[in-house]
Design a protein around this ligand. Structure first.
Ligand code: NAI
Ligand code: MG
Length: 375
């Protein structure tokens, strides 16, 4: 059932997170106006800079507000010199606190090369890079794998002698993220750019690792329940080169936590800029949306970062709300955001430095919002 109003917690965080987040909110306000949606925003300061000022990563009450919200919208966290006494970066507690605390098991990272974006890698080689070749989603397991907290260090006589990180793959963890990937492939308008086929690629290292063998066998079980989706397998090492050579083969890919962390950053290159890569962290009851990039301290506070990754994370937020609450207005709004981003890029007048322009972050946000108001 659609709601009259959706509660969104906004966490700008650090660095360019503080620059791009208001632009994401600006665009959400523009689509809300056009499609008759209502958002109630609640903002909390947080992250490394906040930790240096206050000694806290975020305020008491922020996590509870996230738990109550319909969706969470996060800029980026991490600031030079802002470290917790245990050595972890201040702000990581927010990202991991939300992922583990709200059980957000699917990290969803779409990569799309928009028409009009010059591609760094291939431009240098003077190859023509067709934007229609890149439209894929990496779904990464987000609550176990190598990032489970089963790790430690053995020190003897004050010398670190040994460090262990334990990789955990469970049936529950694998099954739910693989199921998510198949459902996503069913829900997306398009299949792979190459042949239009809806396919889910299982990325693993099952020729060596036991956890990957379990992951792949559960992939086979889940695939049985989705006969309309094509099965596909890739070992992570081979996948990295196929992804660069034949990105048009891929539609939705699913993998374990750290393999997905690496594979999705690599695929973000295919979108032309880290400033174009959005993401979602989704569980059964909660979700947060954030750009893939970090706080880019050297560009912070200069109104120059590309806000499109944040804006497109907002499009994912709208799509999530549309799906979860069966709200067709939110689904339409999500598509309108993508259309507006595409139009601003094709026009080529209001682009940030990473896309070859010199516009301000806030001007790009305004240009997208205006396209939404008068398409
Ligand atoms: P980063 O993603 O912040 O920046 C790397 C480089 O990419 C920047 O120097 C810039 O040239 C470019 N870039 C990134 N976003 C851009 C945008 N929107 N527009 C234009 N150019 C952009 O990665 P870095 O420098 O490794 O990390 C900086 C801080 O961010 C660290 O503290 C790190 O821990 C944190 N971080 C936080 C993440 C999160 O909040 N989820 C993710 C990655 C890093
Ligand atoms: Mg990463």
């Amino acid at each position: 059932m659609p709601k009259n109003s959706y509660k969104i917690v906004v966490l700008p965080g650090d660095g360019i997170g503080r620059d791009v987040t208001p632009e994401g909110v600006k665009v959400l306000n523009a689509v809300a106006e056009r499609f008759g949606l209502n958002f109630e925003f609640e903002e909390f300061a947080c992250g490394g800079q906040y930790y240096l000022e206050t000694g806290r990563e975020w305020d008491e009450g922020a996590f509870d507000a996230c738990k109550d919200a319909d969706a969470i919208f996060l800029g980026a966290v991490g600031w030079p010199g802002a470290n917790l006494p245990d050595g972890n970066i201040a702000g990581a507690g927010i990202i991991f606190g939300l992922r583990f605390g709200l059980d957000l098991y699917a990290n969803v990272r779409p990569t799309k090369l928009y028409p009009g974006i010059k591609h760094k890698v291939h431009d240098n080689n003077k190859l023509v890079w067709d934007p229609n070749l890149v439209d894929l989603v990496t779904v990464r397991e987000n609550t176990e794998g190598l990032y489970s907290p089963l790790r430690g260090r053995l020190s003897r006589g004050g010398t670190s002698e040994l460090a262990v990180d334990t990789r955990v793959i469970t049936r529950k963890g694998a099954e739910r993220v693989i199921e998510y990937a198949f459902k996503l492939a069913e829900r997306r308008d398009r299949g792979a750019p190459k042949d239009g086929v809806k396919r889910v690629t299982c990325i693993d290292k099952s020729n060596v690792l036991e956890g990957c063998r379990l992951f792949r066998s559960i992939y086979d079980e889940v695939a049985e329940r989705h006969p309309a989706i094509e099965k596909d397998y890739a070992y992570i090492d081979a996948y990295t080169q196929w992804l660069m050579r034949n990105p048009d083969w891929f539609n939705v890919s699913v993998t374990t936590n750290m393999l997905g962390d690496i594979a999705s950053d690599l695929s973000a290159v295919l979108g032309g800029s880290l400033g174009m890569a959005p993401s979602a962290n989704v569980g059964d009851n909660h979700a947060f949306f954030e750009p893939v990039h970090g706080s880019a301290p050297k560009h912070a506070g200069q109104d120059k970062a590309n806000p499109m990754a944040m804006v497109l994370s907002g499009a994912m937020l709208l799509d999530y709300i549309g799906d979860k609450f069966s709200d067709p207005k939110a689904v339409e709004a999500s598509k309108a955001v993508e259309v507006a981003v595409e139009a601003v890029i094709l026009e080529g007048k209001t682009l940030t430095y990473d896309l070859g322009g010199n516009s301000k972050c806030s001007d790009v946000g305004t240009a997208i919002a205006e396209k939404i108001r008068s398409p």
